[in-house]
Design a protein. Structure first.
Length: 136
């Protein structure tokens, strides 16, 4: 049990005794104090169990996130989808894809420009159907 709690309980009994309370009252207070310290002891134990459980779940969650990350289809640093390559960002994927056909994977532009694109096109003329990476 928490030593400070036991010391506090003893101190309360001592104060009650020196304040001139009757033995009946002090006995009653003492019983109630021990009930409280017992309850507190259970709660401290329960709390320690919950902290340990939360820590284990955080570790498990972290491991599962790493596994999910590893399951993403990856070509080098790219994710292939819809016939083009996408680069991951902290919050999702970049706005424009990269050409899968060209060896140096240049950025593709939406064509025709300045409109909602109908297809992606790289500088060498490779094309792919226009679509965003899913879940955007
Ligand atoms: Zn290309």
């Amino acid at each position: 049990m928490n030593v400070n709690v036991v010391e506090a309980a003893k101190e309360i009994i001592r104060v009650g005794t020196t304040a001139g309370l009757s033995k009946d009252v002090i006995d009653l207070l003492e019983k109630k104090l021990w009930l409280l310290t017992d309850e507190m002891s259970l709660l401290v134990k329960k709390n320690a169990e919950l902290v340990a459980k939360a820590s284990a779940l955080e570790t498990e969650n972290s491991n599962l996130r790493a596994q999910i990350q590893n399951l993403q289809p990856v070509t080098g640093t790219f994710n292939e989808y819809g016939g083009v390559l996408w680069k991951r960002t902290a919050s999702g994927f970049e706005k424009f894809p990269y050409c899968k056909e060209c060896a140096h994977h240049p950025v593709m532009m939406g064509m025709p420009p300045n409109r909602r694109a109908m297809f992606w096109q790289c500088p060498s003329g490779h094309t792919a159907p226009f679509q965003d990476f899913p879940a955007k």
